[in-house]
Design a protein around this ligand. Structure first.
Ligand code: PMP
Length: 458
């Protein structure tokens, strides 16, 4: 008999893993949750504890964690043809079918699709496409990329440069030529006495000023999430896209909709740009594209960019870019099934049906004197904690309020995400009303405990 107990899963994880996006002191204090499997919207850890995953994994597991149709689609494709690429004029039949399907469900009558393994790579790819196009069209100075503060576009060097988060300074990023405009969050960024319409007009004026300052001929594109996800589920101020798109159009600057989170139903329509009533020049998709059952991203080019890029790569030079697993047949077969499940098995309908209940539950919790704002769209939303509601004063960051709330939720069997001073929920689309109730009951209990604890500390 060994005289030492076998190491726990937590200990094994902690001695063998280098953690990303993880607060290590908190892991040290609380241990790592090692998940073995899932059932519907729940995940189960090595200790047999069940958690309702109010975050759909990372916004992606929209069909839950055990959808038989999706795993069957994967198995069937593994049996047919388990892997291929999309280089040198070869690609799998599944890749062709998925591109046709993506164009069919896109806002475009025609277009072209390029595949990656992730959302970050899809953003990187489109930036490289725009740079490639600028040189091919003899406008080599068109290199600058506009995004917004608080935006999240990924972690690779280019997509991290697009991401408007201060932590990128830790890497010496952003790279030159990445410019971050004001986050269009009226509740936080609006000035005293400013109406929402005035705020939106100010966002548009800022864009005009930046274009005038930098020179339109130096700007390659403007990337925006319809609802900012990892910024804290922040919808744009009313009329934002209608205000900025004409300015971009006037200056020949493509508007790119980063739909990695919003795409495939999260906001109640297939695309966030549909929800906000604008047609971008291209769409970045990932996450729900495969319902999280395969790592995949896609760049969906609208007709203008598709034609110009195709011309450039035909007339000037091939586009020297691609990933080994671009257009992977198993990923494409899963994406085809995921799109079918979301559109034809009632998932999108369920998002629409549950949205009023979700809003009702969130609004009820927002009555708490320490919740300053509920914001969101469809099945994504955030509650922002405040120390003082009338003045919107945040808690000192040293108190880690949102982390405390999220940890307390975990103790109650609910996974939700702390983002800044907010708690974000974006449950799977398969949620039932009973599971929605469970989510709010657990979150309400956690909010009560944490705010009472903070009161006692103060
Ligand atoms: N864009 C958005 C809007 C995202 O939310 C994310 C990931 N959360 C990304 C891009 C990056 O995707 P990935 O993590 O797959 O690289």
């Amino acid at each position: 008999m060994p005289d030492t107990a076998p190491a726990s899963w937590e200990a094994r994880a902690e001695s063998s893993s280098f953690y990303g996006f993880t607060d290590l002191p908190s892991v040290k204090a609380r241990g790592t949750v090692v998940i073995t499997h899932g059932e519907g919207p729940y995940v189960i850890d090595t200790n047999g504890r069940r958690y309702l995953d109010g975050n759909s994994g990372l916004w992606n597991m929209v069909a839950g964690f055990d959808h038989a149709g999706l795993t069957e689609a994967a198995k069937a494709q593994y049996d047919r043809f388990p892997g291929y690429h999309a280089f040198f004029g070869r690609m799998s039949d599944q890749t062709v079918m998925l591109s046709e399907k993506l164009i069919e469900v896109s806002p475009y009558e025609r277009g072209r699709v390029f595949y990656t393994n992730s959302g970050s790579e899809a953003n990187d790819t489109l930036v490289k496409m725009l740079w490639f196009l600028a040189r091919a069209e003899d406008q080599p100075r068109r290199r600058k990329i506009l995004t917004r503060k608080n935006a999240y576009h990924g972690v690779t060097a280019v997509s991290a440069s697009m991401t408007g988060k201060p932590y990128n300074e830790l890497f010496g990023l952003p790279l030159p030529d990445f410019i971050h405009l004001t986050c269009p969050h009226y509740w936080r960024e609006g000035r005293p006495g400013e109406t929402e319409a005035q705020f939106t007009a100010r966002m548009a004026a800022e864009l005009e000023e930046v274009i005038a300052r930098e020179g339109a001929e130096t700007i390659a594109g403007f990337f925006a999430e319809p609802v900012m996800g990892a910024g804290g589920a922040i919808p744009p101020s009313a009329g934002y896209f209608q205000a900025i798109q004409p300015i971009l159009k006037k200056h020949g600057i493509p508007l790119i909709s980063d739909e990695v989170i919003c795409g495939f139903g999260r906001t109640g329509h297939v695309w966030g740009c549909e929800t906000y009533d604008f047609v971008p020049d291209a769409i970045i998709s990932s996450k729900a594209l495969t319902a999280g059952y395969f790592p995949m991203g896609a760049v969906i080019l609208g007709p203008d960019l598709a034609d110009r890029l195709h011309r450039a790569s035909e007339a000037v030079e091939e586009f020297p870019h691609g990933f080994t697993a671009s257009g992977h047949p198993v990923g494409c077969a899963i994406a085809l099934k995921a799109i079918d499940v979301i559109l034809n098995e009632g998932l999108l309908e369920n998002v629409r049906r549950l949205t009023p209940l979700f809003e009702e539950g969130m609004n009820r919790l927002a009555e708490n004197p320490n919740i300053g704002e509920f914001r969101g769209k469809g099945l994504m939303g955030a509650l922002e904690a405040v120390a003082d509601k009338p003045t919107k004063t945040p808690f000192p960051s040293t108190l880690s309020v949102s982390e405390r709330i999220a940890n307390t939720c975990t103790d109650h069997g609910l996974i939700c995400r702390p983002l800044g001073q907010s708690i974000v929920l974006c449950p799977p689309f398969i949620l039932t009303e009973g599971q929605m109730d469970e989510m709010f009951t657990k979150l309400e209990a956690a909010l009560g405990e944490v705010f009472a604890g903070l009161g006692a500390e103060a």
